[in-house]
Design a protein around this ligand. Structure first.
Ligand code: FES
Length: 108
């Protein structure tokens, strides 16, 4: 009799929410280092903050992407960080005015 194949552990670890802040050329030129510093300073429980490479939205930078939700913000300034943290990351409601319109289409 053949042995039962070993049961594979289900991947039960939920993916932690993560904020990716582009630190590539165009975004850096538009102040993304200060945006990263502002998110780092917020210390959001249960949310990771990471510098990222180019996210392909260079002329809309600084680009901020929230995964796994796939919410994309564009032209983010340090002054925008508190509202993203309070309204979206803590309150669950993305900040409409800062959404990247190329990714989050609006039909008015
Ligand atoms: S340089 Fe930031 S999205 Fe390309």
């Amino acid at each position: 009799m053949m042995p039962e194949p070993e049961a594979k552990e289900p991947d039960s670890q939920p993916e932690l929410p993560c904020i990716l802040i582009c630190q590539h050329q165009s975004c850096l030129r538009n102040g993304s280092a200060a945006v990263l510093a502002a998110f780092d300073a917020e210390q959001i429980p249960g949310v990771q903050v990471k510098a990222s490479g180019c996210q392909g939205q260079c002329n809309m930078g600084p680009t901020v992407r929230v995964v796994p939700e796939e919410i994309w913000y564009c032209r983010v300034k340090p002054i925008d960080v508190p509202i993203i943290v309070e309204q979206h990351l803590k309150g669950g409601k993305p900040v409409e005015a800062l959404l990247n319109p190329r990714i989050h289409f609006r039909f008015y």
